[in-house]
Design a protein around this ligand. Structure first.
Ligand code: ASP
Length: 317
C-alpha cells in the first residue's frame, strides 16, 4: 500500500491563516499560505518519497465562512477525479472550520466515497507559537492511508486527534482546539501517535459517481428559517416573493414549530415550495410523528438538511 498516492486539496481556512503575532489566536487572516507550503513544513515531507506518494493541488484559497457553490462544485469535481484513479489511496482536504461540516456533508451526500476522503483544519493560524494545523494534517494522513473494511469509509473529519463522520460532525466551539463534536453519536475513533483506534465502523461508502450535470446545474434557492418565541410568517412570505424553492425550518425541541410560522410554511408547501424540519437541538435526532404538518429531516442539522434539500431539488427528487 505504501506506493499508493495520497492527494492533498487545499481550500484555505485558519490552517492556512497568518496572524501579526505568534501569540495571536483570534485576530488573524485565514487562507494566506498555500497548501504546498503547509505540507513542506511537515516532518519527513522532504524525505525523498514525497513526489511519488503525494499529489498536491490548491483548489481554492478562502476563509470558509465565505464558502460558495462555485468552490463546492470545483472541489467535488477534483475529489471525484482523484477517487477514480486506481493508484489513489485517499484524499486529504484542508478547510476552514466554520463551514467544514457543510462541505463534509455535501461531499458525502454527493459521492459517498468508498476510499477515505478526510477534511482537516486548524483553530490557530499557521504562524502561531504552537499551531495545531501540522498535527491535524499528520493525523488526517493517517486516516487517509487507512483501508476501510468492506468498501466502507465515507467522508470524515479529523480535528484534535478525533475522527468524526460527515453526517454527525458539528462545530460546537468558537476557539477551543477541539472545536468539533458528533453529539451523542460520538467520534468514529481517534488518531493516537499515527495509529487509529476505531470505536465503530466507518460510514458506508457507496462510491457514487459525479453526474456531469453538477457543473452546469443551477443551485435552487433554499433558505433556513428558525422557530423561536414570537416567530411568525414574515420571513417566509418575503422569501416566497424572492422565489425561494425550498425552506428548512430550524425547529425547537423534537421538531416543534411556532404555530404562526408553521401556518406560513404550510402555505409555502401548498405553493410548491419544499419544506423540511430539522431540530435546533445540538444532540439527539428528531423523531417524526404520524400527524406532523411538515416533513422532517431526522438526524440532520438545519445546515445539512438544507444541503440535502438542495441536492434533492437539483436531482428532481
Ligand atoms: N474563519 C475560519 C474559516 O472557517 C475559521 C477556521 O478555519 O478555523 O476559514
Amino acid at each position: 500500500m505504501s506506493n499508493q498516492k495520497i492527494v492533498f486539496l487545499g481550500t484555505g481556512g485558519t490552517i492556512a491563516g497568518t496572524a501579526a503575532s505568534a501569540l495571536e489566536h483570534s485576530d488573524y487572516t485565514a487562507a494566506q499560505v498555500g497548501v504546498h507550503a503547509l505540507l513542506a513544513s511537515l516532518p519527513g515531507w522532504n524525505d525523498g518519497q514525497g513526489a511519488e506518494r503525494y499529489v498536491v493541488e490548491q483548489v481554492a484559497q478562502l476563509d470558509s465562512k465565505d464558502m460558495g457553490f462555485d468552490v463546492w462544485v470545483k472541489l467535488a469535481i477534483r475529489v471525484a477525479h482523484f477517487l477514480a484513479q486506481a493508484d489513489v489511496q485517499g484524499i486529504v482536504i484542508t478547510h476552514g472550520t466554520d463551514t467544514l461540516e457543510e462541505t463534509a456533508y455535501f461531499l458525502q451526500a454527493l459521492l459517498a466515497p468508498s476510499k477515505p476522503v478526510v477534511l482537516t483544519c486548524a483553530m490557530r493560524p499557521s504562524n502561531a507559537l504552537v499551531p495545531d494545523g501540522p498535527q491535524n494534517l499528520l493525523d488526517a494522513v493517517a486516516v487517509a492511508s487507512s483501508a476501510g473494511a468492506h468498501g466502507a469509509h465515507g467522508v470524515t473529519v479529523v480535528c484534535a486527534g478525533a475522527i468524526y463522520g460527515a453526517e454527525e460532525v458539528q462545530k460546537i466551539h468558537p476557539y477551543r482546539l477541539n472545536a468539533f463534536s458528533a453529539g451523542d453519536a460520538g467520534p468514529i475513533g481517534f488518531v493516537e501517535q499515527g495509529r487509529l483506534r476505531l470505536l465503530r465502523d466507518w460510514p458506508r461508502g457507496q462510491g457514487l459517481t459525479l453526474g456531469s450535470a453538477l457543473a452546469d446545474a443551477a443551485w435552487p434557492r433554499v433558505e433556513i428559517v428558525m422557530s423561536y418565541a414570537g416567530a411568525d410568517g414574515t420571513v417566509v412570505r418575503a422569501l416566497l416573493k424572492a422565489g425561494v424553492k425550498g425552506l428548512v425550518v430550524a425547529a425547537t425541541g423534537n421538531g416543534t414549530v411556532h404555530q404562526d410560522l408553521e401556518a406560513a410554511l404550510v402555505l409555502a408547501m401548498q405553493q410548491g415550495v419544499k419544506v423540511l424540519r430539522a431540530t435546533r437541538c445540538a444532540e439527539g435526532r428528531l423523531l417524526p410523528g404520524a400527524n406532523d404538518a411538515l416533513p422532517a429531516a431526522p438526524g440532520l442539522t438545519p445546515v445539512k438538511a438544507r444541503i440535502a434539500l438542495m441536492l434533492a431539488l437539483m436531482q428532481g427528487r
